[in-house]
Design a protein around this ligand. Structure first.
Ligand SMILES: [Fe+2]
Length: 245
């Protein structure tokens, strides 16, 4: 007899249909992602095996911790491209950045130095996990006024907004694109993050999906954790733009 209490069946997440990963930390030795070129190649190999055709690395630019510059990021990308040739691995690799909205970011914005974009004028940004920035909408607006399209990384991972998820509807209405981590949907960061991810999907405001891959445990989770048909249905109701990148 079928029981309503029977564990829900799940399917592995299908990365092949996304084609492009636009948020990951596989450039070697420049942030909290891959520590060296061997780890970079291992992560890229895993992403290729998961079905991705194009990868965009987004190392942190977070001045208190990771003082990355366009030149340093380009140098790391060149190192990866050379290693991929040597290993005989075919993959379309690119690099941009994940900008922390800190004081350094304000300086960059005022300096008119071009920001690194994941696509056209799209800039991936994050904020602190600890407390809500008071002037967050204003900062994103300033970015828009400079001609950029803000993409907010992993809205589901900021606990201080859990009691006011309508804030993300307001950001979406303001023209900010929202990028969810696939691992959040799959439960890797815990039940609460997963619940919020499902809620945001039900609001139909998620525009992009990223792996936010930092290390091999993320790669293993991506292929090992399954997703229910119910959550897949929620995901299908969002217009995910990855394939357009
Ligand atoms: Fe990230």
């Amino acid at each position: 007899m079928l029981s309503i209490f029977r564990k829900q069946t799940t399917q592995p997440f299908n990365c092949t249909t996304l084609s492009v990963d636009m948020h990951a930390h596989w450039l070697p030795g420049i942030d909290d992602g891959a520590a060296d070129i061997a780890q970079s190649i291992a992560l890229i190999h895993s992403l290729k095996a998961a079905g991705y055709k194009k990868l965009i690395a987004t190392p942190h630019i977070y001045w208190d911790l990771y003082q990355n510059t366009p030149a340093r990021i380009q140098q790391a990308l060149n190192e990866v491209k050379n290693a991929l040739v040597q290993e005989g691995i075919e993959m379309d690799v690119h690099a941009a950045a994940e900008y922390m909205l800190d004081e350094h970011f304000n300086t960059l914005l005022q300096s008119e130095e071009p920001l690194l974009c994941i696509h056209k004028n799209w800039v991936l940004v994050e904020c602190s996990y600890v407390s809500a920035p008071l002037d967050f909408k204003e900062k994103l607006f300033q970015l828009q006024m400079k001609g950029y399209q803000p993409v907010l990384a992993h809205p589901e991972r900021y606990p201080f907004w859990y009691q006011r998820l309508d804030y993300f509807q307001e950001l979406s209405d303001q023209g900010v694109l929202l990028q969810m981590n696939i691992l959040s949907i799959l439960g890797y960061y815990g039940k609460e993050v997963q619940r919020v991810a499902e809620k945001l999907l039900s609001m139909k405001i998620i525009d992009l999906l990223g792996t936010d891959m930092h290390h091999e445990r993320h790669a293993q989770a991506l292929v090992a954790l399954g997703m229910s048909a119910q959550v897949q249905k929620l995901l299908d109701q969002n217009k995910i733009l990855n394939t357009t990148l």
